[in-house]
Design a binder for this molecule. Structure first.
Ligand SMILES: Cc1ncc(COP(=O)(O)O)c(C=O)c1O
Length: 368
């Protein structure tokens, strides 16, 4: 990324050589992304991240006046989506779009039969996340993709949490739209992509100049796009070994926490159910403590963890994901998410387990 901030600072829309170099760098990144997604480079639109990709897809497709003009368009989504889907869906509902929010069972997964049952003649799109950011549950995307295709309905997936962990081939998944954020696969922040299948009625994400073939006006974030393409290529090439690494540490953590902390339970899919839970995700509830309090204690010990989604930190509401899974508000507030990654080592396991156990014991003592 570095040269594109400094000596190679050309504007990719300019015809001088520096600009054309920047254009070539963007097109190389587009090719890298297309290779990972198994699509044509022209189907990749660079955005500022998945929030933009999700918002713009939902708004563009659901408010498109061209199709089925005689009925209220209908959108199907799920109760465990990120707010970058749920909030635009609510916004659309206030503007006359019919929305069905599908439930999940306690493991956080949507039943494809519920999708089938929710479909109406007016259903225009299904938006279902690939993997959940709080509990790591992996949705049956290919199955829902097949249903959508059979019924002629557009299908969008927010694949933010899946990148670098699960296959992203858009044809195998049967998706028409797919959103990613680079920082979830060790790329830079505030850059992402939207895959938009050729022939789908996506007009433009934002109007302005003719960038991104007229689909997203605005000067491109060249260093970010360069970083994204390279990060996605690296993430995909190391996907299996990364998964194994994350799983080993995650499983070690879960074993250690169970040994040292009484009243601890796992939220979501059992860790041994391989493909249905992301290998890097652990989400636990600890009886009698507030998740936020444990987080603060862990932070003082140099350990970064989360309660709920990172974007809702400071929000006093219990996690909408855990409550949709049928847990009480109290259970949700006592929950913590630990995510393992490339930089963690097996040596970290003992340190985190000890820090976690001593924090919980101190909090329980203080609470009497
Ligand atoms: C599943 C999911 N979707 C969307 C987003 C939003 O991504 P961004 O903040 O990069 O736009 C996130 C962020 O954590 C996420 O986890």
């Amino acid at each position: 990324m570095h040269p594109w901030f400094t000596e190679r600072f050309g504007n990719p829309s300019s015809i001088y050589q520096l600009g054309q170099d920047a254009r070539a760098a963007i097109e190389l990144s587009r090719q890298q992304c297309a290779t990972v997604l198994g699509c044509h480079p022209s189907e990749i639109v660079f955005t500022s991240g998945a929030t933009e990709s999700n918002n713009q897809t939902l708004l563009n497709i659901m408010l498109d006046p061209a199709s089925k003009a005689d009925e209220r368009p209908h959108l199907i989504t799920s109760a465990v989506e990120h707010h970058a889907v749920l909030h635009p869906a609510e916004w659309l509902e206030h503007r006359g779009i019919d929305i069905t929010v599908l439930p999940v069972v306690t493991n956080g997964i949507v039943d494809p039969d519920d999708v089938r049952r929710a479909i109406r003649p007016s259903t225009r799109m299904i938006s279902l996340m690939y993997a959940n950011n709080e509990v790591g549950s992996v949705q049956p995307i290919a199955e829902v993709g097949a249903i959508a295709r059979e019924r002629g309905i557009l299908f969008h997936t927010d694949a933010v949490q899946a990148a670098g962990q699960l296959p992203l081939n858009v044809n195998a998944l049967g998706v028409d739209f797919l959103s990613l954020s680079a920082h979830k696969f060790y790329g830079p922040k505030a850059v992402g992509i939207l895959f938009a299948r050729k022939g789908t009625p996506l007009a433009h994400l934002q109007m302005g100049g003719g960038q991104e073939s007229g689909r997203r006006g605005g000067t491109e974030n060249v260093p970010g796009i360069v970083g994204l393409g390279m990060a996605l290529q690296i993430a995909e090439s190391g996907r299996e070994s990364y998964g194994e690494h994350c799983r080993t540490i995650r499983d070690g953590l879960w074993e250690g926490l169970q040994e040292q902390i009484g009243g601890i339970t796992l939220n979501g899919v059992p860790t041994q159910n391989g493909p249905a839970r992301l290998a890097n995700n652990l989400n636990v509830a600890i009886e009698g403590v507030q998740g936020e309090t444990v987080l603060l204690n862990l932070d003082m010990l140099g350990i970064a963890a989360s309660a709920g989604s990172a974007c809702t930190t400071g929000n006093t509401q219990p996690s909408h994901v855990l409550t949709a899974m049928g847990f009480s508000a109290e259970h949700a507030r006592s929950s913590i998410r630990l995510t393992t990654g490339r930089c963690n080592t097996v040596e970290d396991v003992a340190e985190v387990v000890d820090a976690f156990a001593s924090s919980v014991s101190r909090i329980r003592q203080l609470a009497g």
